[in-house]
Design a protein around this ligand. Structure first.
Ligand code: THU
Length: 278
């Protein structure tokens, strides 16, 4: 990487900490540059952190002792999509997305780190005292902090979209977040109209946005409304979903109750016989 000198004043406490931190492994200035670069990357990729390993400093998934390289290697071997990766590592979708986005941004670094993997013995994390998963090992998912629901970040995105709902007639605001193949996220909210029939539901809004962006394969849709129990998509939305195959449906309330289903389960026999002219 191209570099230029910069002199800077450090509080003496920071300087002595840096001296202790870099002792025996790097010069003061190269460690300072390294730590600044790490700070920059943490800003760019929320959910990524860095830690010391016997092989040097490495990118990890924040709150776990799992290397980004471990996630990347698993993903390369298994071709896991966002949901499969989330299931395997038993963490949040946000963590999977953070890992893969980081690996895509720094492919050389991450693949070089992955080459070191077998010899890596990471310090254990106080919250997760087991060692990280290796792709070849039996399904012993990498330790990590598991937040309330593996798709909580998709549900959070739906909550966010709900805030934009245009629902002056029913006052019933709905948000949807659709996860497309290739880690693409689309949000939708209901948009009502004085001519009631022109109202569009949050789910269809999200799907149409995805289609308009060239994404037509989906992994999951999250739907959020402020109800006592999770709502079910209307028949029209189910039919539109079925147009694009079977995927997961996660319907959540603001208070966190989640109902999990699939397009096929909510709309069985959606295409049986139709246009089947032979
Ligand atoms: N609505 C949705 O957006 N999604 C659903 O799954 C159920 C209903 C909207 C449509 C309308 O604006 C309001 O909620 C009341 O039906």
């Amino acid at each position: 990487m191209d570099s230029k000198p910069l002199s800077l004043r450090l509080p003496s406490e920071t300087r002595s900490w840096l001296q202790r931190f870099s002792r025996g492994r790097a010069t003061l200035s190269s460690m300072a540059a390294r730590l600044l670069e790490e700070a920059r990357r943490r800003t760019l990729f929320p959910g990524i952190s860095f830690t010391d390993t016997p092989n040097g400093r490495r990118a990890i998934i924040e709150g776990s002792n799992t290397l980004v390289a471990t996630v990347w290697q698993y993903q390369q071997t298994s071709h896991a999509d966002a949901i499969a990766l989330t299931d395997h590592f038993r963490w949040s979708l946000q963590q999977s997305i953070a890992a893969i986005s980081y690996a895509n941004a720094f492919p050389d670094e991450v693949s070089a780190d992955a080459a070191d993997l077998p010899s890596l013995a990471l310090p254990t994390h106080p919250l997760n005292p087991s060692s990280p998963a290796h792709p070849d090992s039996d399904p012993d998912p990498a330790p990590s902090i598991r937040i309330s629901h593996p798709f909580s970040s998709l549900i959070e995105a739906a909550k966010d979209a709900r805030l934009h709902a245009h629902a002056p007639y029913s006052r019933f605001k709905v948000g949807a977040a659709l996860l497309g193949k290739g880690w693409k996220l689309f949000k939708g909210c209901n948009v009502e109209n004085l001519s009631y029939g022109l109202t569009i539901c949050a789910e269809r809004n999200a799907i149409f946005q995805a289609i308009a962006s060239g994404v037509s394969q989906f992994e999951a849709i999250a739907i959020v409304a402020d109800t006592r129990h999770p709502i079910s998509p209307c028949g029209a939305c189910r039919q539109v979903m079925a147009e694009f195959g079977n995927f997961r449906i996660l319907s959540a309330t603001l208070s966190g109750e989640v109902f999990e289903s699939t397009v096929d389960a909510l709309l069985p026999r959606s295409r049986t016989g139709i246009l089947d002219l032979d």
